[in-house]
Every structure is written in C-alpha cells, then in structure tokens.
Ligand binder design. Structure first.
Ligand code: NAD
Length: 488
C-alpha cells in the first residue's frame, strides 16, 4: 500500500536570468509617526521600533510605538469624526471618498506591491497580482454599497455601530487593512486600525493615500505597535466594535477581554484546512492547486490547505507529481518576478516552523523538501511535505503557518469527511473531483466557512469569508461583511 514512486530526476531546473522589480520608484520615510486625526504625529511614548526586510535582514524604516495616550488620542479623533462630519455626510458623498481611495491604490499599485514584498517577504508576483488588486477591489466594491444599505437590509433601518477598533496580522498587510476599513467606512463608522508590528509599512502608505483622498480628519486613524497596543485598542471604553484577524490564541484573549461589554466583534482566526483529492480528479490540476494552496505566500495563509487527503488509489501518482512540482519551484529574492517562494516573515515565525519540522520527524513522519540553495541572509524555509502522517500527529493538528504540508490517505467519502472535520478549526477546505454530486455531498457536510471546488485560494470582495469553530465568527466580504458594522 502507498508504495512511494521515486520522484523523476531533474537534470536541473530552468535557469532564468534575474528579473528583479525595481525599487527606485518607491518612497519610504526613515521614520513613521502615528496617523491620528488626519496627521502623522510623533508617539507620546517617544518609542520607535525597526521594520526589517525578512529576505536580507536590511533595515527599512523606524515605526512608532503607540502607548495609552496615543490610543486615547486616536479613539477620541475617531469619535469626534463619527459624531461630526462623517455621520452628517450623505451616503453618496461617503461613497465617493471610498471610491477615491480605491483609485489611489490602483494608481500607486506598483509602489505598494514593492513595499509589501520588501516588508513582508512575499514574492512580488503575489503582492502585485493578488494583494494590491484585491485591496483596491474591496474599496471599489464597498464604495458601491454605501448608498444602498436600505436595499441591502430592507425595512431594517441600518445604523453604523460607531468607532471600530481593528487589529490585523502580518500575512496580507494591505489586503487585511482593506478588508477591515472598506466595509467600516461604507456603513458609516470611523476606524482605529493597528497593523502587525513586522509589517506596518503598507498600512502607513495607506494612511498617506487616505490623506491624499482628503478623507475628513479622524475618520481613519492608523496606529502602530505590538500586542500591547492591540490590547489597548481592544480594552478601550469608547470602542464599539472589535474586528480582529490573527491567531486563535490571541482571539481567545480578546474574546475574554470584551466579554460582558457592549462591544460587537468579528474574529477571523487560524485554520488547518483540508484539501481533498478524489481518484476521479484532474490530477495535474489538483497538484497545481495543492501547490498554490500551501506554498503560496510561504504558507502564511490562514486558509492554507495544510492537510492533504488523497484517495488511496491515486496516492502514489499524486505524491510523485507533487514532489516533481516542488522540485521545480524557485526559492529566492522575493523581488524577482520568477520567484515562487519568498522569505518567511520573521525570525520568530521561522523558529516556530522549524520547531514543527522537528516534531514531525520525531513523530515518525517522513519529510521531503525542495533541494535548493538557501540565501545566507534572511529567513527561509523550503517547501516541505510530510508523508506517513496520522490524525494524531501534531503536524496534522496544529496550525504551522508555514510551507508545510501533511499528507494522509482515505478510501471513502465518509471517511475523508470525518477526517477532514476532525479539527478544532473550520476556516476553509478544498475538493478535487470530476463529480458535481460529490462536491455538493462533501461541501454540505464540511464544517468550514469556505470550500473551494477544483480550485483553491481564490478571493473576491463579493464573497463572504470567515470561519467555524476556533477559526472565529462573523464574516468579511460581500453583503455579509456589512452586517458586523451595523446596528438594526
Ligand atoms: P497574532 O494573533 O500573533 O497577531 C495578530 C495581531 O494581533 C497583530 O497585530 C498583533 O500585534 C496583535 N496582538 C497580539 N497580541 C494581542 C493582544 N493581546 N490583544 C490585541 N492584539 C494583539 O497573529 P499573527 O501571527 O500576526 O498572524 C497569524 C495568524 O493570523 C494565524 O493564526 C492566521 O491563521 C491568522 N489569520 C487569520 C485570517 C482569517 O481571515 N481567518 C487571515 C489572516 C491571518
């Protein structure tokens, strides 16, 4: 059973000439203050921390650390804007500002993509073709809803919640900021947003865009810092709604902190998605989908298909194809347009991933990795897969948040549904099969917020996104994404 077929021996992969994206056109300040009430202010803490390029450990800029007084100033600016110009403005006018932000993101897309790649380590192909266009699309989409809320919720008289506190992670910095800010503004709220400490730069560039769009002062405030700053926003008395995207561990801390308060919440948390290949699937397409599902963005994706279930009859051939494809991936300079695998976002995250690689081997699973030269500087993990994995293995249970795939087999559809649902998470899943009936059978029984069929990791502002179980509650995107920002 499951006798492994050796991967084809490649004589060498295609050698492309270097094709790095230019950095000449970007503008980064040496130091960024806090964006409060329409202006960049020095932090009252006087503290700054560095932002570093994870691909070469080079210093990029200094970022302000917001303390209690700064958080108070940001929340009070947001409250004043909410009680003042933003509430008094017609919905149609509000929509024009959101539309303007979308257009400015498009205009500056090249600069934003390069900065996203420098700051986060993801390949330029992804920041250019995924992160930035999706961020702009969210602003365009929600600009359209602004003056149609009464049609979206007929006879329900929707009203904005007030001041939204928004805390986001480092894996899609600009895109997550857009997912949070666009629906909040469309529904008439004001915002205090905190990006992750390792990737603040595109949120700060977005603050510049917001200034350029002439949004009334205080409608969007962007303050930077680490967990303590996030906790300060969460615990602030004058915040009406918390929108959090991040780990399940921090999500639990936040839910405890706001329990008993009047704050509304949406939690977009961790995942351990199952990607399922049936024997009747188009296997080459499925393998490409698996590669995209787990190695895309170095596995720094909440909905990454980190557990692969392959029907036993096609296991050998799928494994061979997967290994061959891994060997053809290009790891290296994230700014190079040919790069498939960029840098791990931080030294800490690389340490976490390496800890799981060790655990996987100690548990008796077999590890296979892309053989390639690893750059001397920066944080790198080659695409990795584990076979001989069982349901009880730590690498099959816990979110690793890196380019690490755990492969298991199954015989029947009931078996794979049970195995796939056997997790505390429920964010996403994928199914590969030729049969529509199988897709509907499976999707109706999967406890996952998103199930992709014969594709993976596709995002669209019109589609709601969110989790079951410990992957969180509430939805972002689409019509559903308006509800958490409204009182009825
Ligand atoms: P994290 O939970 O460590 O941090 C997320 C944000 O919370 C950061 O801005 C951080 O500074 C802040 N924070 C930390 N401690 C806090 C506290 N006590 N109170 C308030 N804020 C606090 O997560 P991360 O490592 O930045 O991101 C990775 C995690 O995010 C993964 O688990 C991933 O699955 C999840 N994620 C989920 C989604 C989704 O849509 N469900 C999307 C992207 C990422």
């Amino acid at each position: 059973m499951n006798k492994e077929i050796k991967p084809l021996k490649f004589s060498g992969k295609w050698d492309f000439d270097p094709a790095p994206e230019s950095v000449d056109h970007i503008s980064l300040k040496d130091q960024y203050g806090l964006f409060i009430n329409g202006k960049f202010e020095n932090p009252q803490t006087s503290n700054y921390f560095p932002s570093v390029n994870p691909a070469n450990e080079e210093h990029l800029s200094m970022i302000a650390e917001a303390g209690e007084k700064d958080i108070n100033a940001a929340v009070s600016a947001a409250r004043k804007a909410f009680d003042g110009p933003w509430s008094k403005m017609s919905a149609k006018e509000r929509g024009k500002y959101i539309f303007r932000i979308a257009r400015l993101i498009q205009e500056k897309s090249r600069e934003l993509a390069v900065i996203e790649t420098l700051d986060g380590g993801k390949p330029i192909r992804e920041s250019r073709d995924v992160d930035v266009p999706i961020a702009a699309a969210h602003f365009f989409y929600y600009a359209g809803w602004t003056d149609k809320l009464n049609y979206a919720f007929p006879n329900r008289d929707p009203k904005p919640v007030g001041v939204a506190g928004q805390v986001i992670p480092w894996n899609f910095p600009l895109m997550m900021a857009a997912w949070k800010i666009a629906p909040a503004l469309a529904t008439g709220n004001t915002v205090v947003l905190k990006p992750a400490e390792t990737t603040s730069l595109t949120a700060l560039k977005l603050a510049e865009i917001i200034q350029e769009a002439d949004l009334p002062n205080g409608v969007v405030n962007i303050i930077t810092g680490a967990g303590a700053t996030g906790a300060g926003i969460v615990n602030h008395q004058d915040i009406d709604k918390i929108a959090f995207t991040g780990s399940t561990g921090v999500g639990k801390i936040i839910m405890k902190a706001i329990a008993g308060s009047n704050k509304k919440s949406t939690m977009e948390l961790g995942g351990k998605a199952a990607n399922i290949i049936f024997e009747d699937a188009p296997l080459d397409q499925a393998v490409e989908g698996v590669i995209n599902g787990i190695y895309f963005n170095q596995g720094h994706v909440c909905c990454a298909g980190s557990r692969l279930f392959v029907q036993e009859s096609v296991y050998d051939v799928v494994l061979r194809k997967l290994k061959d494809r891994i060997q053809s991936l290009i790891l290296g300079n994230p700014l190079d347009k040919n790069t498939d695998i960029g840098a791990i976002n931080s030294k800490e995250q690389l340490g976490t991933i390496n800890k799981y690689l060790k655990i996987g081997q100690q548990e008796g699973a077999d590890m296979f990795q892309l053989e390639c030269p690893i750059p001397k500087k920066g944080f790198w993990c080659p695409p990795t897969l584990f076979t001989n994995v069982s349901q009880s293995h730590v690498i099959a249970k816990e979110e690793i948040f890196g380019p690490v795939l755990a492969i298991q087999t199954f015989r029947t559809i009931d078996e794979v549904i049970t195995k796939a649902n056997n997790t505390p998470f429920g964010l996403s899943a994928g199914v590969w099969t030729d049969k529509g009936s199988k897709i509907f059978n499976l999707t109706s029984q999967m406890r996952a917020g998103v199930v992709w069929a014969n594709t993976y990791n596709k995002f669209d502002p019109t589609s709601p996104f969110g989790g079951y179980k410990e992957s969180g509650h509430g939805r972002e995107g689409g019509l559903h994404g308006l509800t958490p920002y409204l009182n009825f």
